[in-house]
Ligand binder design. Structure first.
Ligand code: PNS
Length: 161
């Protein structure tokens, strides 16, 4: 079975993430979307909330599983017999960090885990979770960037602050 993992913060999930998920899911028998449980950051959504949002958004994709992880991604891969990491590349600015991380993961896994990059569709090449958060902070329209069901969940977070 061809398996891959698409790791990330997904805080919040955007159409850019969904674009990568859809395209990667058609290339593998099983795609696990893994939300990083990063205790160092103070996220907008809890890990559980992000897992639920991703599950709702991908419910029509039968071979996509949603999970969370903490610690090293290569350990997560090793435990699940996953040898491919998927990452989206939006622009050249993403490249340096992604190249370094991919090479580190390959080294850490003794050449057992490779990274495959999908170039984000042009329609979403400018889009980032940070931009969505910034627009939402100021009450801007985020309907072009995230699915309809996610909008009130994001708006609610900012109405509490
Ligand atoms: O959506 P993001 O924040 O760009 O995702 C980054 C992520 C989760 C892929 C990356 O931070 C990660 O894999 N973190 C886990 C720790 C790890 O394994 N780091 C790689 C060695 S540098």
């Amino acid at each position: 079975m061809k398996k891959a993992v698409y790791p990330g913060s997904f805080d919040p999930m955007t159409f850019g993430h969904l674009d990568v998920i859809r395209r990667a899911s058609s290339m593998f028998d099983e795609l696990t979307v893994a939300v990083l449980n990063n205790t160092a950051k103070s996220p907008l959504f809890s890990v559980d909330e992000r897992v639920k949002i991703l599950a709702e958004a991908t419910k029509d994709l039968a071979n996509v599983k949603i999970d969370s992880f903490s610690g090293l991604l290569v350990d997560y891969c090793r435990e699940r017999d996953i040898h491919i990491i998927i990452r989206g590349l939006r622009a050249i600015t993403d490249f340096e960090y992604e190249l370094q991380t991919a090479q580190t993961n390959r080294k850490l896994s003794d050449d057992d885990v490779d990274t495959i990059f999908l170039t984000t569709s042009l329609a979403y090449s400018y889009l980032s979770s940070s931009a969505v958060k910034q627009i939402a902070t100021f009450g801007g329209d985020i309907s072009q960037f995230v699915p309809d069901f996610e909008i009130p969940l994001i708006v609610e977070k900012y109405s509490k602050n």
